[in-house]
Design a protein around this ligand. Structure first.
Ligand code: PEP
Ligand code: MN
Length: 351
């Protein structure tokens, strides 16, 4: 169950609720938000009804909700309406469809600046690019690290685009957070629990990518780690999972999008670049991403994919990306109409 405390609840009231929960056999996880405190209670208490009634009556308690999903704070049971995450003047999970684009790796000043101009011209909102790269082979390019972060910052100064970049280890979180608007957790780190807990201490939004072989339940439990460690600004990225198929790099699980919509209030974006591994398949999967109701898209692009240090075969050329953004417009218009109809229906339902 989740207990929301009143605004201004005192420390004694919070401690009292935690003690009562422990008496009933629960483990209490208080989260101290900017506005108020919520307490997650996890366990298999046999006197649940009695516990709920008792806690509801405790001083300082605003509400108590029972949640049956294994993931609590990220579940739809906890919050019915989608969480919108504010970044640099736009909202992920709001009324705009958000596009992230950029190279797999930041390689040079010219490469990132030329790419950032194209992202801006095309009307996308967020520049992506890896400075710390998780590579399968230790002999492959590992990223420009801090120099790459500085180049991303330069691109932000020139274009005003928000920056999304990957952080691979808890030790690098402070450094990466200094230069970026969104901290990316890559597929290979989805279950790096120390990293997830460390990101819970940040206020910057976190984009959590689905692990190569992770179930949706594992994906949501990883998101729960970040949220329950104190950072509610989390959104998910479906980037394909490993299957027996070899024509594609991964199998893009688009059914995860409507499924996640049923299970969680966290926004969901889709990465058809890693999801297919093939440039020719990206536009169709990008259209499908908009059509299935995702909150945004992440696309890898490069001024010269043949010479890219990583993921060239799946990267769109800049003119291809700009064309794709034009081709997506009718789909995005439908997306917007559907989104505002859904919001109105939700408001009517509440009234
Ligand atoms: C990336 O976004 O460049 C990346 C490494 O993706 P993933 O973690 O999904 O493989
Ligand atoms: Mn990549």
């Amino acid at each position: 169950m989740i207990i929301s405390m009143n605004h201004g609840a005192t420390k004694e009231q919070i401690d009292h609720v935690c003690e009562r929960l422990q008496e009933f056999g629960y483990k209490a996880h208080p989260i101290f938000g900017e506005e108020k405190v919520v307490i997650g209670a996890v366990g298999h208490a046999d006197r649940k009804q009695q516990a709920m009634e008792s806690i509801e009556a405790a001083p300082g308690v605003e509400s108590v909700v029972s949640i049956s999903d294994p993931f609590k704070f990220v579940s739809k049971e906890y919050r019915q309406s989608k969480s919108a995450i504010k970044v640099n003047g736009c909202e992920i999970g709001g009324s705009e469809f958000i596009v992230f684009a950029g190279p797999c790796s930041v390689e040079s000043e010219e490469q990132i600046l030329v790419t950032a101009e194209s992202v801006k011209r095309a009307g996308a909102q967020i520049l992506r690019g890896g400075a710390f790269k998780p590579r399968t082979s230790p002999y492959d390019f590992q990223g420009l690290e801090e120099e790459g972060l500085k180049l991303l910052q330069k691109a932000k100064e020139k274009t005003g685009l928000a920056i999304c970049t990957e952080v691979m280890s808890p030790m690098e979180v402070s450094l990466v957070a200094e230069y970026s608007d969104i901290l990316q957790v890559g597929a290979r780190n989805m279950q790096n629990f120390n990293l997830l807990k460390r990101l819970g201490k940040e206020t910057r939004p976190v984009m959590l990518k689905r692990g190569l072989s992770s179930t949706i339940k594992e994906f949501l439990l990883s998101a729960e780690y970040i949220v329950t460690s104190g950072n509610p600004n989390v959104f998910l990225c479906e980037r394909g999972i490993r299957t027996f198929e070899t024509y594609t790099r991964n199998t893009l699980d688009l059914s995860a999008v409507p499924l996640l919509e049923e299970l969680t209030h966290l926004p969901v974006v889709v990465d058809p670049s890693h999801g297919t591994g093939k440039r020719s398949l990206v536009p169709a999967m990008a259209r499908a991403t908009v059509a299935c109701g995702a909150d945004g898209l992440m696309i890898e692009i490069h001024p010269n994919p043949e010479k890219a240090f990583s993921d060239g075969p799946q990267s769109l050329r800049l003119p291809q990306f700009e064309q794709l953004m034009k081709d997506l417009q009718p789909y995005i218009q439908l997306w917007k109409a559907e989104r505002s109809a859904a919001r109105e229906a939700a408001l009517v339902g509440k009234a």
